[in-house]
Design a protein around this ligand. Structure first.
Ligand SMILES: NC(=O)c1ccc[n+]([C@@H]2O[C@H](COP(=O)([O-])OP(=O)(O)OC[C@H]3O[C@@H](n4cnc5c(N)ncnc54)[C@H](OP(=O)(O)O)[C@@H]3O)[C@@H](O)[C@H]2O)c1
Length: 339
């Protein structure tokens, strides 16, 4: 089968950083599905795993986590899917990745592909949607179908892959959504995803919120730089508020006052934790993805796809990695088909 792989960890401008290879097609055992991959999307985790270092691999290492495709074969313990089913998923960072024509994935982290989306549109969603959903509705004390008064939620990095779906989920849950974006095109994108207000993360946050009439916000999702906004969030978060984090800080975080004085909940999300640690509730990702597929098919959520860059090959993957490393992509970039 065709695949894109690395053996050395090189800067993305080096043509050897990701290469086209031929690998043996894997076989599904146990609770694994063998999926024929039709489309993939790329996330910052792909570029972080690929980042330059002295280490080398003896066997080609395949990256890639998001995929949409068709179940080709199933292991003997599989109960949720059968060959021919169309699926989408974000897989497991500890296993061989989706940048391959055929891919093994545990059925408990796989959902049925939304029927109203094609493979490319579906491949844009899983990793970022699991992240935003688990953060808001599994880690933080909110629900997709919240009752009661609208609460104000600030989403830092609204136009990124995670931000784009977080805006939609939060809007659906009844929040007043304030997203951050720093350029005309990302401001427009955040509004199109459903943000009520957009402020600029390059300018002081508190003054901009105050100008919109928000002295404080009930919750913050920091989807960009944990250290950089830490003091500002401490200032704007309401007493008994909640802060969600997804990015490793570069140093120590001071979690005392004002966070302690306000009794603020601090919540970490790591979307690969369930698969990596085989948690007893791992099947929740299957349920989550199916729930999201139903919301998409009902017209309540939409794909965050902004561009299909081309077919899945090393040259196109290097191009998408390079663009993601710039930190300025909008929504999700996808590769679809093989040639
Ligand atoms: N823990 C987890 O489970 C998990 C899961 C997914 C992602 N992540 C991490 O979360 C981060 C975001 O992921 P993503 O997929 O959303 O990234 P992304 O799609 O690459 O985000 C790009 C967007 O980020 C905005 N941005 C860039 N630098 C910023 C800054 N300093 N402050 C605020 N916004 C900034 C840009 O908006 P403007 O152009 O408007 O500035 C751009 O549109 C990455 O570090 C990723 O590795 C963690």
């Amino acid at each position: 089968m065709k695949a894109v792989a690395l053996t050395r960890y090189l800067p993305i401008d080096d043509p050897q950083s990701l290469q086209d290879v031929e690998l043996a097609r894997p076989v599904a055992y146990g609770s694994d599905l063998l999926v024929r991959v039709e489309a993939i999307s790329v996330n910052p985790v792909d570029t972080k795993v690929r980042s330059p270092k002295a280490q080398a691999e003896t066997q080609p290492k395949v990256l890639g986590y998001d995929a949409a495709g068709v179940v080709e074969a199933v292991g003997e313990n599989v109960t949720l899917f059968q060959p021919g089913d169309e699926v989408y998923y974000a897989g497991d960072v500890t296993r061989s990745g989706t940048n391959a024509q055929f891919h093994l994935v545990d059925e408990r982290v796989v959902g049925r592909k939304p029927a109203t989306l094609d493979f490319a549109q579906a491949a844009a969603l899983p990793l970022t949607t699991i992240t935003a959903w688990e953060l808001l509705f599994d880690r933080m004390p909110f629900a997709i179908d919240m009752e009661g008064n609208a609460r104000a939620l600030l989403i830092i990095a609204g136009a990124g892959g995670v931000g784009s779906i977080a805006i939609q989920l939060a809007r659906h849950a009844g929040f007043t959504v304030i997203a951050t974006a720093s350029r005309a095109e990302t401001i427009d994108w955040c509004r199109s995803m459903g943000a009520h207000h957009v402020i600029d993360h390059r300018q002081p946050l508190a003054a901009q919120l105050e100008a919109l009439g928000f002295k404080q916000v009930d919750a913050v999702l920091n989807l960009a730089d944990t250290d950089r906004y830490w003091d500002a969030i401490g200032e704007i978060i309401a007493p008994l508020g909640h802060v969600g984090l997804i990015v490793e800080p570069s140093g120590l975080l001071r979690i005392g006052d004002p966070y302690k004085a306000k009794s603020v909940g601090i919540h970490w999300e790591m979307m690969f934790a369930r698969a990596r640690f085989q948690t007893p509730d791992m099947i929740e990702q299957h349920r989550l993805l199916n729930r999201v597929a139903s919301l998409v098919d009902a017209g309540e959520l939409r794909s965050t796809l902004t561009e299909v860059v081309g077919p899945i090959n090393a040259a196109n993957l290097r191009e998408v990695h390079r663009r993601l490393e710039s930190g300025s992509t909008i929504g999700k970039l996808v590769l679809a088909g093989w040639n």
